[in-house]
Design a protein around this ligand. Structure first.
Ligand code: C2E
Ligand code: MG
Ligand code: MG
Length: 632
């Protein structure tokens, strides 16, 4: 009879548990409120179970609370266990009777063992099998029976003798059954949470991903019903991220992205969504009430400037100090009532590419006159193909001077005299040319023009060198060395007056092949200069292996060196390395007397920059040089 009643009692409990499981799987709560609600439900299930108890003797009742509380602790953790235990304990105290203290002790012990198993499962990561669960259930109920010994007189021994075996036969099995039912729910819930994480979050930085941001923009667009409600998407990418990734490997690239994400988290207010859209691209979604369009523009620009400032300080990856800059594009919305997230993203992307093309490290607000990046790229590529044969490229030269101000050389810089756009700067078309073999044609054209200048009557016998930029893609072509030799032969230029500027990104792949080509050209008397030094992220140790004669310190470091201790330290260390390796140095972008004085106080370096002269058409540069020499 007792056996049948106990089975009834436990069955009710299992039915209640299943109902709870079905309910819980339908409603999603955030973590804290979910736990509170779960605690309340576990407590209520326990209560209902206790309302149809099995009365063994006056004040001695059996119900499934030990099972419920173990399960509450095991799956829900401490908070769920405490809430459900309090509810059940309050009810048990209200019932009263001789067994009340024992009853309360059973409640505490069951919940505590459940919580203990919860920590084994979640923190110690013990994989609890069904056997473990059975043993846990068995332990709970052995302890429960032992607690009956606290009953007055020999009641406890009587209870244990009479119902102990039945209890130990049914309760641990029931505990196991309820746990298995819950485990199934728990696993499904974990899979759901993982799904969600994968679909909406970036696995590298832990930030929301592009899909999350797109849905977010759409929901902001849908919820912005009043004219004052406005938003802005700030889209930005790390300049030259591909170079870092190629130079240092993807692991360092990933660490850099995580460090950038951490820095951004401290800069951006948590009420705005920060996401990682693609490889090196992040976005921030702003929303608020603004009287007019200028107010949201100003607010977004202010946030963008906070981002620039936050990322100005170097990022540390292990012992490495990496300086980064970013290009930001901003699109405010809504512009038209049918605006979608796709439209907003496209506009921000167009603005961002304009910021990049214009030199990077800056912010641009979208303007309708900006053509989309893809459109622009396609058009430039098509037109540039024709431009070379149509004679639209122009050779410009920018002086390089020694510490006493005398011109000792020049850098060849290309310009494109476009029939309708006017003069197009290299940063607009060189990156596009670099994506195709067009760059080899541009470089070869510049090299031929520069060699023609070197071979001209005005220059040939003077100690003047000309530096020509060579793109990595061009350098790697199999016919590169042959072409250079051919151009030298055709023009009659003196190879000892020719410098080829290469960048660190050339040194990433097939270094041996690169060195072999460099040595072949060096044997002709050509010198090599390492351009944009300090921005390429490759290590100084690379230099030892290369036939490099000159380093060009990038203008970003030169310009801030007199005021920024980090840049000053970088310039000083480059000067020290160059001195040690007997390599000459050119400082790019010298614009002020302070910058020139800073450099002159430290080493004998060549200067190139607006302080002395801007790049000018080759024929003007040559004639000015001839005049200067004849006056002297
Ligand atoms: P780069 O080789 O580092 O050239 C130096 C750039 O700094 C030039 O920009 C020059 O005009 C600019 N500059 C020089 N002094 C100053 C200064 O005092 N202040 C500032 N703010 N800038 C200064 P430019 O002519 O716009 O060329 C940009 C880049 O385009 C070059 O950087 C080079 O990477 C590339 N480029 C130019 N011509 C060629 C070419 O014929 N072939 C290849 N492959 N790349 C080229
Ligand atoms: Mg250069
Ligand atoms: Mg440079």
């Amino acid at each position: 009879m007792f056996f049948i009643e106990l089975i009834n009692n436990v069955s009710l409990l299992i039915v209640l548990t299943m109902l709870f499981k079905i309910t819980a799987s339908r409603y999603k709560f955030d973590t804290l409120s979910q736990r509170v609600v779960f605690g309340l439900i576990f407590g209520l299930v326990g209560l209902v179970g206790m309302m149809t108890p099995l009365h063994y003797a006056d004040g001695v009742i059996f119900d499934g609370r030990s099972i419920i509380l173990f399960v509450a602790g095991f799956f829900g953790g401490p908070l769920v266990a405490v809430i459900s235990a309090l509810i059940i304990a309050a009810y048990r105290a209200w019932i009263g009777g001789t067994g009340v203290y024992v009853g309360l002790a059973v409640i505490m012990i069951s919940a505590a063992i459940g919580v203990f198993c919860y920590f084994l499962r979640t923190k110690v990561k013990v994989n609890l099998s069904w056997l473990h669960l059975f043993v846990a259930g068995f332990t709970v109920h052995v302890i429960m029976l032992l607690l009956f010994l606290l009953l007055p007189g020999d009641d406890g021994i009587k209870v244990i003798m009479e119902v102990g075996p039945t209890i130990l036969l049914i309760y641990p099995l029931a505990t196991l059954l309820v746990c298995l039912l819950f485990q199934d729910y728990d696993e499904k819930e974990n899979v759901r949470r993982d799904l969600h994480q994968l679909a909406y979050y970036d696995s590298v930085t832990g930030l929301p991903n592009r899909l999350f941001q797109v849905e977010n923009i759409n929901s902001v667009l849908a919820s912005c019903k009043t004219p004052e409600c406005k938003g802005a998407l700030i889209l930005f990418s790390i300049d030259r991220f591909k170079t870092i990734n190629d130079a240092r490997g993807h692991a360092v690239g990933d660490m850099l992205l995580c460090a950038v994400a951490d820095r951004l988290r401290t800069v951006i207010d948590s009420e705005y969504t920060l996401a990682r859209n693609t490889a090196s691209e992040f976005s921030v979604l702003l929303k608020g009430m603004f009287e007019n369009a200028q107010d949201i523009d100003a607010f977004a620009l202010n946030q963008a400037s906070k981002i620039h400032t936050g990322l100005k300080f170097p990022v540390y990856i292990g012992k490495d100090e990496i300086f980064i800059s970013i290009s930001i594009g901003i699109a405010t919305f809504p512009r038209v009532s049918e605006d979608t997230a796709g439209d907003v993203l496209r506009r921000a992307d167009t603005a961002m590419h304009h910021a990049k093309q214009d030199g990077g490290n800056q912010t641009m607000l979208f303007e309708p006159t900006m053509a989309s990046h893809i459109e622009q790229k396609f058009q430039i590529e098509r037109e540039l193909r024709k431009a070379i044969s149509a004679g639209e490229l122009r050779l410009y030269l920018q002086s390089q001077v020694n510490s006493s101000g005398a011109v000792v050389g020049a850098e060849a810089l290309v310009r494109w005299q476009h029939p309708t756009r006017g003069r197009v700067m290299p940063l607009t078309f060189i990156p596009i040319a670099e994506e195709t073999d067009l760059i080899a044609d541009v470089d070869a054209w510049v090299l031929r023009e520069a060699c023609t200048v070197l071979a001209s009557n005005e220059i040939y016998n003077r100690p003047i060198s000309i530096s020509v930029n060579i793109s990595p893609r061009h350098f790697r072509q199999s016919g590169f060395v042959m072409n250079v030799k051919q151009i030298l032969a055709d023009t009659g230029a003196d190879p000892t007056h020719l410098k080829l500027e290469i960048t660190e990104s050339l040194l990433i792949h097939n270094v041996n092949d690169v060195i072999a080509k460099m040595l072949e050209l060096t044997s002709l008397g050509i010198h090599f200069s390492l351009d944009d030094f300090g921005t390429g992220y490759s290590s100084l140790s690379h230099l030892k292996r290369l036939p490099i004669h000159e380093l060009k310190i990038d203008k970003t470091f030169v310009q801030d060196a007199p005021t920024d201790p980090d840049d000053a330290a970088l310039v000083e260390s480059v000067l020290a390395v160059a001195k040690h390796m007997k390599i000459s140095v050119v400082a790019e972008g010298v614009e002020t007397k302070e910058q020139a004085a800073f450099l002159n106080a430290r080493a004998e370096v060549l200067h190139q920059g607006y302080l002395y002269s801007r790049p000018e058409p080759a024929e003007i540069w040559v004639s000015k040089l001839s005049e200067a020499v004849s006056v002297a």
